[in-house]
Design a protein. Structure first.
Length: 444
């Protein structure tokens, strides 16, 4: 047994033993989404037995609905903050057991850590890693959003080592000497399938692809519309990838030759991302693949970093847009639905890029229940955002807005011109009403 293996064996613990390292007032950060250490989080209720008080758990898009999230007896033991809500957090939010932290992904860690230091609390990072190599290094695998940054800032690191998770490169390397406790697990890696897209998504995808020039650097997310966009980009040449999330559709673009990362201007030859989640094929692709660099969000989503890429095109979704261009992408009225994520930063960064474009995409309508309980069609382009809605992308930053009915370019346009451009891409059934409302409320 070499020195690294000895160190590993000395730090090996059960989930309960690892959680006994948590002290009063500790501020725990869980790795994002697929990187969350489920074997540890599923035992969080053990904190009730250790007697600790006033700890906080900070999650970001958790994939499971852990018992500790909804256990009322955890109050006083552990509070819960969410950076990006999932279905589980939307439910537990109704029980007043989680609260959202509004912030962009580049600044949220810095600002939360400012608070942690001010309150003299100890930061703790809980993450999943791939197995240790011969040199004592483990990999943060599928998420480098903020995990490495936290370790760099002195956070106590408790990791779940899982052989089913890929070994990745970039801001992902963690040495056994930096870890306080190791928990072993063999649970399957979370798998998600590509969302099938509709004819409406396909129409939007074609319009967005028409804005993407050869040699562009792209940022795509997950979902129907990004998948439709990726399908339309296969005929492009010399595309590059600089994105928050690395998706299976990006593997398709690399393998068909549309992406070669040759014209980016920043980290040419590499696909840059902060996290990934998807199919086993996707995980197999990033495993031991040095051409995919997982970088912290403080780098990847920094508008000034993004602006160094050539022809950067950001593609984001929103829930509704008002006639001046304000985009509500994270709340449905008063209800917290998701989070800001990297939208506002990639929107700004794209417009700092030479030849860059920022695109907000959405269906023109959605279905809702009317006053009589029957299903009605409503416009996502509205004179004013719904009461309680949060502005994710300000009207100062919005660039292109795309629906299945066309493209509205708002850059440099006054309010009256914006309103008319947005009305032109609204569902035809709502255009006359929107014009009347624009007149009524003097949106000009």
């Amino acid at each position: 047994m070499n020195s690294f293996e000895l160190m590993y064996s000395e730090k090996l613990k059960t989930p309960e033993q690892a959680l006994e390292l948590i002290q009063d007032g500790d501020y725990m950060f869980s790795a994002q989404a697929g990187g969350e250490p489920a074997a540890i989080l599923s035992h969080l209720q053990h904190l009730k037995k250790t007697g600790v008080k006033n700890t906080t758990l900070n999650t970001c898009l958790p994939l499971q609905y852990y018992e500790a999230f909804k256990d009322p007896k955890m109050q006083g033991v552990m509070s819960h903050n969410g950076w990006f809500f999932s279905a589980a957090l939307r439910d537990v939010h109704t029980k007043k057991m989680v609260s959202a932290i509004p912030q962009s992904s580049t600044s949220v860690l810095r600002k939360v850590m400012d608070r942690v230091r001010y309150e003299k609390r100890r930061p703790v990072v809980l993450a999943t890693v791939s197995p240790m190599d011969a040199h004592g290094y483990m990999s943060l695998s599928v998420s480098a959003i903020y995990e490495r940054d936290l370790i760099n800032q002195g956070a106590l690191a408790i990791v779940e080592v899982n052989p089913n998770f890929p070994r990745t490169f970039g801001d992902t390397q963690v040495h056994i000497s930096e870890v306080a406790a190791v928990v072993e697990s063999d649970r399957p890696i979370p798998i998600s399938k590509l969302a099938a897209y509709t004819d409406v998504d396909a129409a939007i995808g074609k319009l967005i692809a028409s804005l993407v020039e050869d040699g562009s650097t792209i940022q795509l997310g997950i979902g129907n519309i990004p998948n439709a966009v990726a399908a339309e980009l296969k005929s492009k040449k010399h595309l590059g990838i600089h994105t928050e999330m690395f998706t299976e559709t990006m593997v398709d673009l690399i393998e068909c030759g549309a992406v070669d990362n040759s014209c980016k201007g920043l980290l040419d030859g590499y696909s840059v991302c902060s996290f990934t989640m998807g199919s086993q094929r996707l995980y197999d692709y990033v495993n031991n693949n040095p051409s995919v660099l997982f970088k912290s969000c403080t780098f990847t989503n920094d508008p000034y970093t993004i602006g160094k890429n050539n022809k950067f095109v950001s593609i984001n979704a929103t829930l509704e847009v008002d006639l001046t261009g304000q985009c509500a992408s994270e709340t449905v009225g008063y209800q917290q639905w998701s989070g800001t994520g990297g939208q506002s930063e990639t929107v700004q960064g794209a417009q700092m890029s030479k030849g860059g474009k920022s695109i907000i995409a959405m269906h023109a309508t959605y279905k809702a229940k009317g006053a009589d309980g029957k299903e009605v069609l409503r416009s996502k382009i509205v004179p004013f955002l719904h009461e309680g809605a949060t502005v994710t992308t300000s009207r100062n930053d919005v660039d292109y807005v795309v629906t299945e009915y066309g493209i509205a370019w708002l850059r440099g346009r006054n309010v009256a011109e914006r309103a008319e451009a947005l009305i032109q891409i609204a569902h035809p059934d709502f255009r006359e009403e929107l014009r009347a409302q624009a007149q009524q409320y003097m949106i000009w």
